[in-house]
Structure formats: structure tokens, C-alpha cells
Design a protein around this ligand. Structure first.
Ligand SMILES: *Cc1c(COP(=O)(O)O)cnc(C)c1O
Length: 813
């Protein structure tokens, strides 16, 4: 993009003073990106939980000079140039819409309930030999993602593919104006009733808004949709059932692939696609329809469709060898997605040192000279310490990078790989598919067995924002990351929370806090249960202890005196009825007397904990706790003349007692996707998925038994799969012997026999599966809530029981 401030301000209706001739070449909405520079125009968006205007001062310090704002923040007037608009999101959309109108090439708009991103990625693969394509990066399909995607259109492009996703009415109209598609694809309409729509009809009508001005719509012919189509919209439809569709298709499976018999008006032919599942077949057919529409010959269609591949859309964070973190983005390499991956690297880096392993970048539409200059600039602005380039082109442009080693092929890199050259660093592995960088990931990954706990970082962000939206704007948020982030991983989650600017972290013991501080977490950390033996370490690592007894206070003050501390922050816990830790009512006088008399410490906060915030049958008890908290904390505040942060609510407290937020809340289990309220649960996203694989499959005859104690007896011939996960990994033995199940290919497989230490066996008689296939122990189904109910425990116990020998893999969609 290259537009002057004058042009931009005209098209977004901004009032503006100052130099209008400056050329803008990048748009940003992310205050934390290292890619913001003097030619960036920053749009200060205001979301339900965040106002980017608050970061403008910092951005000015970093050299950003141009902002689109709704108001000029305090103390910023005159320090930068401001384009003032009524609504910054609308302005971003208007600018994108204007930018789009400058280009006159075919643009595909894809929407539907599922498959948008895959269809987009496959079309890019199928068409890129013939076109210079701009497409939405990853699944950028929202009210913000779409304008950002469209603003990346540049002069070298001659084909566009953008996806549009909506969650409620009146959203598609905006996206249509921005994408201005000439060709539409409707992937499908899920039958599920979405929150944002009153009926399926309303949902269809809204989605069809995208195709208002299209020349043609491609879709799977279906009566429900037909009823809503405007007669003026030209369509090109396909069907498995309805012979009146433009393209009639019959499918049959051959080995692990699918043969499609395609019949158009005048002729018929067969192709093979390398998938068998319904979703992939449907997605592939939508792509096929585009090739047919564009007039591709059948030989090319047959050849390219055969090469379709599984699309990996996630950026994964994994533990690597020699204390490294690997960010695995080994399936794509284009300039837009490199930018996103570098931002992700910055937000997830556990080690200061950053390495990027990068393949040649294909089909950028730019000359290699231009392309690698841009890549090099990007690498510099992201403060990457070293680049390992793989491919002949990047090798030829090695001189553009500062600290760069190159190899002509992935095999050359692997042949010369010396593990010792990697250590204490974060490594982004990003390469085009043909380079097979997954082999590099395998080589650099820490080796463990096949069971992993996958943690969805997007879901954590979603859940955090959900609870944030329930708070008063001034209420602070402490997030509990005790017990290794409720079993999910301490550092990675803390890092994400730091990124989201929560106010405090809470841990149970000093060593948990020390580990976080040592790994580079800067947020203040409260230690709930500090032993007096750890006070020295707490002080040394700038952790903040919760003090809950006179004994604890005396011993902390003694050490504080030795270390000559002044106003060291402490947190006072009051027992209001939980009867676990805390000053009781009759010790508060003495507490006040001691604190009045010292300047060694300062009461940073006063807290208490509710015993029954999750159970409205005990509402009166909660109210009595809150009342006592109010009385005692007010006494402390008045007597000591202090204004500490007060807090009493945990997750279910936030939901059930919103009036008692005080100055801060302490979010725990809710962050990890669990609520005790069924309605609220629907709003949360699943965070953790425990996965394994099938080690072995055998079929046993009726009368044979399975496992220790012969507790499963086969009544008929039974196909048994063994999964390498057992009670030493945290799977309760009570979950065995027919009580629990796992999911294999979306089907339930009951656990038969007793759960062993490292393995368990399941019945797969009715499931078409093979050794090596993926198994889900918990996640979307079964949920930890369902498991907890059947096991007579609570989700907290299930999550925190997953042993540390299970590898954690963090990913972002
Ligand atoms: C664990 C804990 C929390 C968080 O509780 P959730 O129910 O997980 O939200 C809050 N406060 C204290 C003192 C805790 O120990």
C-alpha cells in the first residue's frame, strides 16, 4: 500500500492538521508489534476490553508519527499527527474499501460455516502457478481482519481470495463493501443454531449479503439456500444428489483416497483427491468448481487436485532441544504470513535470543531484489539475532542479512546440523511446503512420547476477555497461574497474560513465582502460601507475599529489617469464613498495631476468599463473608490511613456476585475454559486437549480378556486398541473398566479393563481406525466437566493431575 495522508484523510472523513504529503506504506492496529515505524499509520481501535489510545504515547516514543484516533490522548497533542474520526474501526474499513476499489482483477469472496480457510488456502495452491495472488493471511476474516487483509493488496497482484466470517446480523454488509468480490463461494451453512442469529433463515440471508454484487456464486445446491437466492444472482452449483445442479458428482473411495466422477452438461471425467473425510471432499469440490469456472482443462484439474494437502493453520509452540522454544510454522511461506509469524514470535519468546529458519519465498509477485530487501527490513525491525536461510534464492540474497547462514536444501541443513549450535533461544521455523520443514521441527524438537496436552492460546485470550467484559472498567484483574497454570503450563500462559496486560499473577508457592520471574515475566506476582523459609527468596526475586498470620508477619518483618527494606509490598489475607488461611477477626487489632509501627512493609492489597461462590444455595453465607470483609478491611484502611487494592472474588464469584468486585478480582479456572454455570460455559472456549495415538490394534475372540486382573471379558469378537497413556500421566483408574471413553475419529471408544500405569485399552470394534491414529482423551469431548462428574470430583483436579511427563504444546489458530 502506498497512499498519502491527504488521500487517506479524505476517504476516512478525518479532520487533520499538518503535513498531508507523507506517504504511508503500512497499517497497524497492534501496539506491541515491532514492525511499527515512521511510515506506519496506526489505527487506535477501541474494543470491549481494550482501548489502543492508551498506548499512543509509547508508540510515539518508538517512532510512530501518524495515528487515526477518536480523540487525541492527554499529553500527546503536538507530538504526532492525528487524523481524528468518529469511529476508528469504521475508518479502517472505509480505507480498505477505497483501497480495494483501486484494483480491477478477479476477487473471490468465501464465506460459510466451515472450511473457509481451507478453501482459500487450496485455491491459492491451485491457482498460484498462473496468478499473482493476494489472500487473507491465516483466518483473518473478521471486521478487523478483512480490512487488514485487503489493505495488503499491491500493484503486483492480479487475483484476490478473501474469506469473510460473521457472528451476527448486519456484519456482512461491511465486509462486502471491503472485499467487493466478483466471484462468490458459499462453503456450507451449518445446521447449528448460532448465538448471533434468531433463525437459520436469518443466518443464510446475512451470509448471502457477501454475494450482492458478484457475477457468480458457487455453492452446493440445496433447497433451503435456494429459497433465499435472488433470481438475478447467477449461480454455478454442484450436488451429489440433485441432478439439476450444474455439476453432478458421484464419489467412491479407493484405498485412502476418493474418486470423484464429475458430470457437466456436455462431458464427464474422473479425478482423484487424496482425502476421504466428508469435509475435505466438500472443500475440494468448491475449489474444483472454481477451476471449472475459470476454464481449466481436465488434465490440469486432475493433476493439481491430486496434489491437495492437509492445511495446517496453526502456529505451534513446542519445547526444543537445549532449552529452546520452537515456533512451528512449517507449512507456508509468504510475506504476509511471515509478518504475522514474527509478531507471534515476539509475543511468545521465552528466550531473548531469536533465530528464524526461513525457506525461499515463492510467488510474491515482487522481484527477488525487492522481496529480500523487504524481508531483511522485517528481520531487522523484529530484532532477529540470526537467520538460517534454506533454498537457492535466499542463498543468493544472503548479503542482505546481517547474521545469516544459508543452505541450498533442507537435506543439506539436516546433514550438517550440529545440535550444539542451538540453545537458549526461540526459533521460528517457517518454510514453504515443498521444503519439508517439518523434518527440521522433528530434528529440533525435544523428544518425548506421543501423548501431548495441546493448549489453545486463542481460547485463553477469548476466556480472559469474556471475564474482563464482566468487570467495571476500573476493576483490576489478577490471574491465578498456580499449579503450573492449572496444569496447562506456567510460563507460556503467564507470557500471554502479560501480553494482554493483566494486572497481577497469583501463584501458590514461592518457587512457582521464582520460575516465572527467572524466565522473564515482569508482571507483579502474589504468592498465596509463602513459607517463612522462602521469604528471603521472595524478596530477592521481587515477589509479593500474602501474609495471613501474626506469626508470618513477625518473621517477614524480621527478614525485612535485616535486609533494610522500605515499603516492601505485602498482601493481607483475612479469614472471613473459609477457615483456611487468613487473619481472624480478633487478631486484626494487633495486626493494625504492628503495621502502624513499621515502614518496612506496605499493604499493597487486602483480600479474602469465598467458600461457596459457586453455589447459590449458600448465597447468604457468601454475603456474610463479604460483609465481614467490608468491615475488617475498612477498619484496616481507616486505622492505617491507606488505600490498598481490595479483592475477594474468584471465577464463580465474578459471575455470581458482580457487585463485590472491589478493586480487583482473581480469575482462575474460568481462564482455562471451565465454568460451574451451564449458560456461562457456552460462552467459554475449550483450552486444553489431551491427545495420544493408537500404539497397537488387535482383535480378540469371545471369551478372551483384556488387561490386569482380566477385568474385561469379551462377550463377542472385539477389536482392541492400546493407547500409551495411563494413571502415571494423570488418568484416574476409576475412569477405566467401562466408565470412561476416548474419542477416535469423532467416535466414542469405551475404555475396557483397568487403566494401567502407562497405557489403557479401548474397544474400537465399531471404529474404522489404524495404528498411529489420533486419540482424544479429553477436550471438546469428553470435556473435563463431564469426566469430573462421572469421577465424583471437580475439573480442577482433572486438569492439575496431568503429569509433567506429558508434553505441553501451545498453539494459536
Ligand atoms: C485458586 C484461587 C483463586 C481462583 O479460584 P477459581 O475458582 O479457580 O477462579 C482465587 N483466590 C484464591 C485465594 C485461590 O486460592
Amino acid at each position: 500500500m502506498n497512499l498519502t495522508i491527504a488521500t487517506i484523510s479524505k476517504h476516512i472523513n478525518a479532520s487533520f492538521e499538518g503535513d498531508a504529503s507523507l506517504l504511508i506504506d503500512a497499517i497497524s492496529i497492534d501496539s506491541r508489534s515491532l514492525q511499527n515505524g515512521p511510515h506506519t499509520l496506526f489505527f487506535a481501535l477501541i474494543g470491549p476490553n481494550n482501548d489502543a489510545h492508551l498506548y499512543i504515547n509509547d508508540l510515539i516514543q518508538q517512532g510512530v508519527t501518524h495515528f487515526v484516533v477518536q480523540y487525541i490522548p492527554e499529553h500527546c497533542e503536538g507530538k504526532a499527527q492525528f487524523l481524528v474520526v468518529q469511529n476508528t474501526l469504521t475508518a479502517l474499513q472505509e480505507l480498505a474499501s477505497y483501497h480495494r476499489s483501486l484494483f480491477h482483477f478477479p476477487v473471490i469472496g468465501v464465506t460459510g460455516s466451515n472450511g473457509k480457510t481451507i478453501v482459500k488456502e487450496w485455491l491459492n495452491f491451485l491457482l498460484s502457478p498462473d496468478y499473482s495472488i493476494i489472500r487473507s493471511p491465516k483466518s483473518y476474516n473478521s471486521q478487523v481482519g478483512v480490512p487488514l487483509s485487503v489493505l495488503a493488496i499491491a500493484k503486483q497482484h492480479n487475483f484476490g481470495i478473501f474469506e469473510a466470517g460473521i457472528s451476527t446480523v448486519n456484519e456482512m454488509g461491511h465486509l462486502e463493501k471491503i472485499i467487493q468480490p466478483t466471484l462468490g463461494i458459499l462453503t456450507n451453512i451449518g445446521s447449528a443454531h448460532d448465538e448471533g442469529f434468531s433463525s437459520i433463515g436469518e443466518k443464510i440471508k446475512e451470509k448471502l449479503q457477501l454475494f450482492k454484487h458478484c457475477d457468480l456464486l458457487i455453492y452446493n445446491k440445496n433447497k433451503t439456500i435456494d429459497a433465499f437466492l435472488k433470481p438475478t444472482l447467477k449461480t454455478f452449483s454442484w450436488s451429489f444428489k440433485d441432478a439439476t445442479a450444474d455439476v453432478f458428482i458421484q464419489k467412491s473411495s479407493i484405498l485412502d483416497k476418493t474418486k470423484l466422477h464429475i458430470q457437466l452438461e456436455s462431458y464427464a471425467f474422473d479425478i482423484i483427491i487424496p482425502f476421504q473425510d466428508d469435509a475435505s471432499i466438500e472443500n475440494a469440490i468448491h475449489c474444483l468448481m472454481v477451476l471449472l469456472h475459470l476454464g481449466y482443462d481436465r488434465v490440469t484439474i486432475e493433476h493439481r487436485m491430486y496434489l491437495l494437502y492437509p492445511v495446517e493453520m496453526r502456529l505451534k509452540v513446542k519445547d526444543g532441544i537445549n532449552s529452546t522454544t520452537i515456533i512451528d510454522d512449517s507449512y507456508s511461506s509468504d510475506f504476509q504470513s511471515l509478518k504475522i509469524a514474527l509478531d507471534f514470535l515476539e509475543s511468545q519468546k521465552q528466550y531473548k535470543k531469536k533465530t528464524v529458519i526461513l525457506s525461499d519465498i515463492f510467488q510474491s509477485g515482487l522481484s527477488n531484489e525487492e522481496l529480500y530487501s523487504k524481508v531483511s527490513q522485517l528481520v531487522i525491525s523484529n530484532k532477529i539475532n540470526r537467520v538460517i536461510g534454506i533454498g537457492t534464492t535466499i542463498t543468493a540474497f544472503k548479503h542482505k542479512f546481517v547474521n545469516c547462514i544459508t543452505y541450498p536444501t533442507t537435506a543439506d541443513f539436516l546433514a550438517q546440523l550440529d545440535n550444539a549450535t542451538f540453545g537458549n533461544e526461540t526459533i521460528l521455523i517457517k518454510g514453504a511446503r515443498s521444503f519439508h520443514f517439518e523434518d527440521i521441527v522433528v530434528a529440533l524438537e525435544e523428544k518425548t512420547h506421543e501423548t501431548v496436552l495441546e493448549i489453545n492460546l486463542n481460547a485463553i485470550s477469548h476466556n480472559l476477555n469474556f471475564f474482563r467484559s464482566k468487570l467495571q472498567p476500573s476493576t483490576k484483574m489478577m490471574v491465578m497461574v498456580k499449579a503450573f497454570g492449572y496444569g496447562n503450563g506456567g510460563f507460556e500462559i503467564a507470557k500471554l497474560l502479560e501480553h494482554h496486560q493483566v494486572d497481577y499473577l497469583g501463584v501458590a508457592f514461592a518457587d512457582e513465582g521464582i520460575a516465572l520471574k527467572t524466565a522473564g515475566i515482569h508482571l507483579p506476582i502474589m504468592v498465596l502460601n509463602p513459607e517463612s523459609t522462602s521469604f528471603s527468596a521472595i524478596i530477592q526475586h521481587q515477589l509479593e507475599p500474602e501474609i495471613y498470620s501474626l506469626k508470618g508477619l513477625h518473621s517477614f518483618l524480621k527478614i525485612a529489617e535485616q535486609k533494610k527494606l522500605k515499603h516492601f509490598p505485602i498482601h493481607i489475607k483475612i479469614d472471613t469464613g473459609m477457615h483456611r488461611l487468613g487473619f481472624e477477626k480478633d487478631t486484626v487489632e494487633e495486626l493494625i498495631a504492628i503495621l502502624k509501627d513499621t515502614t518496612l512493609v506496605r499493604v499493597k492489597s487486602i483480600l479474602s476468599h469465598l467458600a461457596t461462590s459457586d453455589d447459590l444455595n449458600h448465597q447468604a453465607f457468601v454475603e456474610s463473608q463479604i460483609e465481614l470483609f467490608e468491615n475488617l478491611s475498612s477498619r484496616l484502611m481507616a486505622e492505617l490511613n491507606i488505600q490498598p487494592i481490595r479483592h475477594i472474588l474468584n471465577t464463580s464469584g465474578i459471575s455470581n456476585f458482580p457487585k463485590s468486585q472491589y478493586d480487583m478480582v482473581r480469575l482462575g479456572i474460568g481462564l482455562y475454559g471451565v465454568s460451574n454455570d451451564a449458560e456461562e460455559q457456552k460462552e467459554l472456549e475449550n483450552v486444553s486437549t489431551l491427545k495420544s495415538v493408537i500404539s497397537q490394534i488387535r482383535t480378540i475372540p469371545a471369551g478372551d480378556s483384556v488387561g490386569y486382573g482380566r477385568r474385561f471379558m469379551a462377550e463377542k469378537s472385539t477389536k482392541v486398541a492400546t493407547i500409551p497413556i495411563g494413571y502415571a500421566d494423570g488418568i484416574a483408574r476409576l475412569w477405566g473398566n467401562g466408565v470412561g471413553y476416548v474419542m477416535i475419529h469423532h467416535q466414542k471408544a469405551t475404555i475396557i479393563g483397568s487403566v494401567c500405569m502407562d497405557m489403557l485399552m479401548v474397544d474400537v470394534t465399531a471404529i474404522d481406525c489404524q495404528e498411529g491414529d489420533a486419540v482424544i482423551i479429553f477436550g471438546e469431548s469428553p470435556t473435563v466437566i463431564e469426566m469430573a462428574e462421572k469421577l465424583h470430583t471437580i475439573p480442577y483436579e482433572i486438569l492439575t493431575s496431568i503429569s509433567q511427563r506429558v508434553k505441553r504444546v501451545f498453539y494459536r489458530e
